[in-house]
Ligand binder design. Structure first.
Ligand code: 5GP
Ligand code: ZN
Length: 115
């Protein structure tokens, strides 16, 4: 746990969040400022700064994170209608919280390219 990390503090329960899925490796909770009718963040419990900080040993964890996104999409009822997974990385990528998180967005038509 990184005491200065917002999402580590959410994992620890020091900051409240609306948890909708969790297991030993990952956790999913609702984004506080939703950009779509459904906006869920999936994170590894362990502190990893971003995709740019991933190591070969994180391969299974990241596969599990993606499969968890699918499980949440099914649980929340938008697996069939579709959704978008986003991993903002670094300054140009628009990352504002330095703990790797997958945005799971659904409930409206998404557009491409993103802004
Ligand atoms: P980023 O911009 O780093 O890709 O995404 C960070 C996301 O975290 C944003 O969508 C923002 O709304 C969300 N966020 C920031 N602070 C909090 C918080 O305290 N609780 C929750 N649930 N989401 C947060
Ligand atoms: Zn963290």
């Amino acid at each position: 746990m990184n005491k200065d990390c917002l999402f580590c503090r959410i994992v620890a329960g020091e900051i409240p969040s609306t948890r909708i899925y969790e297991d030993a490796q990952v956790m999913a909770f609702r984004d506080i400022n939703p950009a779509a009718p459904q906006h869920i963040l999936l994170i590894p419990r362990r502190h990893i700064h971003s995709v740019a900080a991933l190591e070969p040993g994180d391969a299974v964890l990241m596969g599990h994170l993606l499969l968890s996104a699918r499980a949440v999409a099914e649980q929340e009822g938008f697996a069939e209608t579709g959704f978008r997974c986003v991993l903002n990385t670094g300054e140009d990528g628009g990352q504002t919280v330095g703990h790797l998180h997958l945005h799971l967005l659904a409930g409206r038509q998404m557009h491409w390219p993103p802004g």
